[in-house]
Design a protein around this ligand. Structure first.
Ligand SMILES: Cc1cc2nc3c(=O)[nH]c(=O)nc-3n(C[C@H](O)[C@H](O)[C@H](O)COP(=O)(O)O)c2cc1C
Length: 156
């Protein structure tokens, strides 16, 4: 099954999220709180994705067939993949929100198991990050000073 992230918008759903997010009020106050998920079983969605790509004429039958033979990696790798994919999705959401004039907050302050239970996630779906999105609050801090590029990036 394809992994689904959730856009938590209804008050009832936000109230369900709140205790799993350790009572962080952002979960209630934001316009939407995304539960960004990654999957431990990405290979399950592969056949359908490959078929679409084949039908669109982007890949040929040989590439389709060779990629269809993809086998799942070790559990640690699969989990890394889920976190990587979810993190990319979370950052993309944040940039899209910024582009719409909104603000966002990535949150790892939540109980993964509790979130999974509260929203009926399957055992192969990993709630990677919460991302709250909305209009800026009047008490929000301004953007904090950033690291200089040379402090975080080494040119080699
Ligand atoms: C991965 C990650 C997880 C975070 N989790 C939380 C959280 O659970 N609760 C929270 O209030 N802030 C959390 N923060 C910090 C806020 O999102 C913080 O306001 C933001 O990173 C600061 O952004 P700014 O430097 O642009 O102001 C987290 C930040 C990151 C990068």
């Amino acid at each position: 099954m394809l992994t689904l992230s959730l856009a938590v918008r209804r008050t009832e759903a936000k109230a369900r999220l709140l205790p799993s997010a350790f009572g962080q009020q952002k979960a209630m106050d934001s316009a939407v709180a995304f539960i960004v998920c990654g999957t431990l079983n990405p290979h399950e969605a592969l056949p359908a994705a490959l078929k679409r790509t084949l039908d669109a004429g982007i890949i040929d039958q040989a590439i389709h067939d060779s990629r269809s033979r993809h086998v799942p990696g070790q559990p640690a790798f699969q989990r890394d993949e889920a976190i990587r994919s979810g993190s990319l999705a979370a950052m993309t959401l944040m940039l899209a929100a910024k582009g719409q004039g909104l603000v966002s907050a990535p949150m790892i302050g939540f109980d993964q198991l509790a979130v999974a239970q509260a929203f009926g996630l399957s055992a192969t779906e990993v709630p990677v990050m919460l991302v709250t999105v909305g209009y800026p609050g009047s008490a929000n801090w301004p953007q904090k000073p950033r690291n200089a590029v040379n402090n975080v990036l080494q040119f080699v």
